[in-house]
Design a protein around this ligand. Structure first.
Ligand SMILES: *Cc1c(COP(=O)(O)O)cnc(C)c1O
Length: 327
């Protein structure tokens, strides 16, 4: 598995996996576990750490001394990219949508503290200004590596291919099998990596990815992006089968309010896990995915006796930004 070894060490792995005993008691017949990618260790953790291990490796391999990426002001991806650049000794530029706020909060504050150069790009919210900034920096003699939106390309997805190898080993050690895995799916690379990893390592479980952002990405659906990333992986991996759109699971029942809109559902989910287990979710991604999982458990849609894993993908700092919605 050579492509999986080309990584730059950024996090603490394996991340812990453990049962949620108090929560499981509320849902008789179900055994619920959690995988703690909120504990990857990089400046308050999250799933982007796994992607960045591969992206930063490539940046260093290409002798780049500067990274540009883009996202929302509360982007967990941008915060972790800023931290990863600090570790690797790379200059980091973040293109953030909207106008500069008077005070910094949540992920924005952390990105600032982590030493990234912040560029507020107004209506250009998806990195439209990257080519211009890249050119400017190159004129100054910098060697620039562009990390895609959300760290979501094939290189980033390798982080979750590797995560499946890690999870499989952990479950073997625990002598436990998992029937369902819930997680938040947004820009597609986490899910694509998980699906490729499951194929490569012969890991069988049902995925219930909860879609976060109902909007299309540059005119295509997340399902198509995921399928495309799986197809790209065939250049370096031999998969056991051909995948089509029908093979891409994605639960779209909870994305209706739109990206970053916090409803009662997300708020209750954050508070439920916090009060039952002392674990903090975030309101945008994991809160929505956990809301979906609790709804499905409450409606008893999964077979009695199922073992369920919630994959926590991080996002803690956003709680501070959404403090009014969460009160
Ligand atoms: C980015 C992010 C996700 C979604 O990961 P994708 O690879 O974009 O699907 C989930 N949870 C959190 C906390 C994130 O920051």
């Amino acid at each position: 598995m050579k492509p999986l070894e080309k990584r730059f060490d950024l996090g603490f792995f394996p991340t812990p996996i453990h049962p949620l005993k108090n929560l499981s008691e509320r849902y008789p017949g179900y055994e619920i576990f959690i995988k703690r990618d909120d504990q990857t260790g990089l400046a308050s953790g999250g799933n982007k750490t796994r992607k960045l291990e591969y992206l930063i490796y490539e940046a260093l391999q290409n002798n780049c001394d500067t990274v540009i990426t883009a996202g929302a002001q509360q982007s967990n991806h941008c915060r972790q990219t800023a931290a990863a650049c600090s570790v690797a000794g790379i200059e980091c530029h973040l293109l953030l949508g909207g106008e500069e706020p008077e005070d910094y909060n949540g992920n924005l504050l952390l990105s600032h503290l982590l030493g990234a150069s912040l560029h507020f790009t107004g209506e250009h919210r998806k990195g439209e200004d990257i080519p211009v900034l890249k050119q400017e920096l190159e004129k100054e003699g910098k060697r620039v590596y562009v990390v895609p939106y959300g760290g979501s390309n094939f290189i980033g997805a390798l982080g979750y291919v590797n995560a499946i190898r890690e999870l499989k080993q952990q479950l073997e050690n625990l002598k436990t099998e998992i029937d369902y895995i819930f997680f938040a799916s947004s820009s597609g690379a986490t899910q694509a990596g998980i699906m490729v990893g499951m194929d490569l390592f012969g890991f069988h479980t049902k995925l219930i990815p909860v879609n976060i952002d109902k909007a299309e990405i540059e005119g295509t659906t997340v399902e198509r992006i995921i399928l495309d990333l799986i197809k790209q992986s065939e250049k370096v991996f031999t998969l056991s089968r051909k995948y089509t759109l029908k093979d891409i699971p994605l639960n779209r029942n909870y994305d209706a309010p739109g990206y970053g809109v916090i409803t009662k559902g997300e708020k209750n989910a954050v508070k439920t896990l916090a009060s039952a287990e002392g674990i903090l979710l975030d309101p945008v991604y994991t809160g929505r995915a956990f809301f979906g999982m609790l709804d499905i458990l409450e409606k008893r849609k999964l077979e009695y006796g199922s073992k369920i894993l919630f994959w926590h993908t991080g996002g803690l700092p956003a709680n501070f930004y959404y403090r009014k919605e969460l009160k």
